[in-house]
Write a protein that binds this ligand. Structure first.
Ligand code: HEC
Ligand code: HEC
Ligand code: HEC
Length: 417
């Protein structure tokens, strides 16, 4: 047997031992009672299901809404999301509201088996019982779709579900959101949505060992497998501007791209402005980001000057028509590049990838026909892309570190979602 496997088994055995210890110390014996469902719940439930973005993960590309089957690629293999339509045989048709609550709150399936944390129950555990019941009522009201769940394709030993007990012992803390009485109700609403249903930390946090996430960590991180950088959410921007970005996908100087585009299209644009503003108020209170420090490409002064000269030429020929010669952009059409935090992060992967692949902000009610950015992967060489990205990160008073053609080559060919 492979040595790596033995090491993995040994480590997981330790994790199981820890898990058993944990459950002996803190048994979870409570059994919430089943509650009657009111029809008003269905409307609220629909809203909350949107806020949790169940749609994105539980709908396959080109598949039926909520019928599952979307592949979620992890470093440990591929998971396929479950059918959460109310079909009796293949979906949640036979589930009670208590079963549903156990899934959201404890990460357990109807038969008690442990669910993979790619399903962000480590965040949904903060959802209140009332809200969970409303979501259950909505999911019961949609059209049932008969579609068998596709078996996961996880590598050994990660295909062994019981081993998740070890992960849970180390990284999962069950518990509803508790309002902080020192903060305003708007702040608390924002915290509830960001840390709970919004599961923003799934992307905006640095992953620890075995894909662990700290619920409150939104300090920015590279999204595993997708290789997009989700920046720190501790924001200095005004709450109204952030709320506008989350609602429409564009704001005066910004446009959402990459995986954030999908989050806005499928989830955030459907939320009330008051809730988005509450989220922004909470984010603003979280202070400065602790984004990854510059992943230094060390260049001499002369090399850097050469890159900037080439970059300026590429920019004038290929980019300035849209982003404007001074990088000022066109409000709500072409994002501003001068002073744009989104391209100045230590980790330059997002700026490189959008130049390689182009992109569209999400189509939203407030911005139904967004302007797109063309891809340059086949038009520009690695060296030219490194130069133009270095240029937009360094011109007009911007202070992002230079980018090398090795970094560009590394970002080519990474799948988009
Ligand atoms: C980031 C992707 C993702 C999001 C967002 C997500 N899920 Fe899931 N969900 C999954 C995956 C993957 C599984 C399968 C987990 C497993 O088999 O262990 C799953 C499993 C489940 C299950 C268990 C089904 C079963 O048969 O055991 C339920 C219930 C569920 N999700 C409901 C929801 C609801 C409700 C939401 C929105 C509030 C949601 N999910 C959002 C990925 C996601
Ligand atoms: C699937 C991964 C993913 C999830 C989930 C996610 N984001 Fe993002 N987010 C990103 C990426 C990648 C970016 C960088 C691209 C961009 O700026 O559009 C980003 C950018 C942002 C920005 C712009 C930051 C800036 O400084 O300009 C905000 C604000 C934001 N996200 C808020 C949120 C909130 C609030 C949530 C939870 C409701 C959330 N995101 C959930 C991936 C994600
Ligand atoms: C046809 C107009 C057009 C051209 C030409 C163009 N862009 Fe863009 N650019 C856009 C649009 C539209 C977006 C928003 C895309 C999105 O949100 O997915 C964008 C987004 C960006 C972003 C991300 C900034 C943000 O906040 O969303 C960067 C960086 C960028 N462009 C750089 C460049 C560079 C460098 C060039 C030249 C090599 C270039 N663009 C050429 C239209 C253009």
């Amino acid at each position: 047997m492979h040595v790596g496997r033995l090491a993995a088994i040994a480590t997981l055995a330790v994790l199981i031992a820890l898990a058993v210890g944990w459950f002996l110390l803190f048994p979870s014996g409570r059994e919430p009672a089943q509650r009657p469902l009111a029809s008003a719940d269905v409307k609220l439930g629909e809203y909350l299901v949107r806020a949790g973005n169940c749609y994105s993960c539980h709908t396959a590309h080109g598949g039926q809404a909520y019928a599952g089957g979307r592949a979620i690629v992890t470093p440990y293999g591929t998971l396929y999301s479950s059918n959460i339509t109310p079909d009796k045989q293949t979906g949640l048709g036979a589930w009670t509201s208590a079963d549903f609550w156990h899934a959201l709150h404890e990460g357990k399936s109807k038969d008690g088996s442990l669910l993979y944390p790619a399903f962000p129950y480590w965040a949904y555990t903060k959802v209140s019982r009332e809200d969970a019941d409303a979501m259950y009522a909505y999911l019961k009201s949609i059209a049932p779709v008969s579609q068998q769940n596709r078996p996961h394709e996880m590598r050994f030993p990660y295909d062994q579900r019981p081993l998740l007990a070890g992960w849970r012992a180390l990284y999962f803390r069950e518990g509803e959101f508790k309002a902080d009485p020192r903060e305003t109700s708007e702040w608390n609403r924002g915290a509830y949505l960001v840390e709970g249903l919004g599961h923003c930390a799934a992307c905006h946090a640095q992953r620890g060992a075995w894909g662990s996430v700290r619920q409150k960590d939104i300090g920015g991180g590279l999204i595993p497998m997708l290789n997009w950088y989700a920046p720190s959410l501790g924001s200095k921007r005004a709450p109204d501007e952030i709320a506008e970005f989350l609602k429409h996908g564009v704001s005066s100087g910004r446009a959402a791209f990459g995986p954030m585009s999908e989050v806005i299209r499928d989830s955030l644009q459907h939320l009330a402005l008051a809730d988005l503003r509450a989220m922004a108020v909470y984010l603003r209170s979280r202070g400065d980001g602790d984004d990854e420090a510059a992943s230094g490409s060390r260049l001499t002064g002369a090399q850097q000057e050469q890159l900037m000269t080439l970059g300026a030429r590429v920019y004038r020929d290929r980019c300035a028509d849209c982003h404007q010669p001074g990088g000022e952009g066109v409000p709500r059409i072409y994002p501003r590049l001068a002073g744009n935090e989104a391209i100045l992060m230590g980790n330059p992967v997002n700026a490189i990838r959008i130049v390689l692949n182009g992109g569209f902000p999400p189509s939203t009610r407030g911005n139904p026909k967004p302007y797109g950015m063309p891809p340059f992967a086949h038009v520009l060489s690695d060296g030219e892309i490194a130069a133009v990205v270095t240029y937009v990160r360094g011109a007009w008073g911007n202070r992002g570190a230079p980018v090398s053609s090795v970094q560009v080559a590394g970002a080519r060919g990474v799948p988009l979602d």
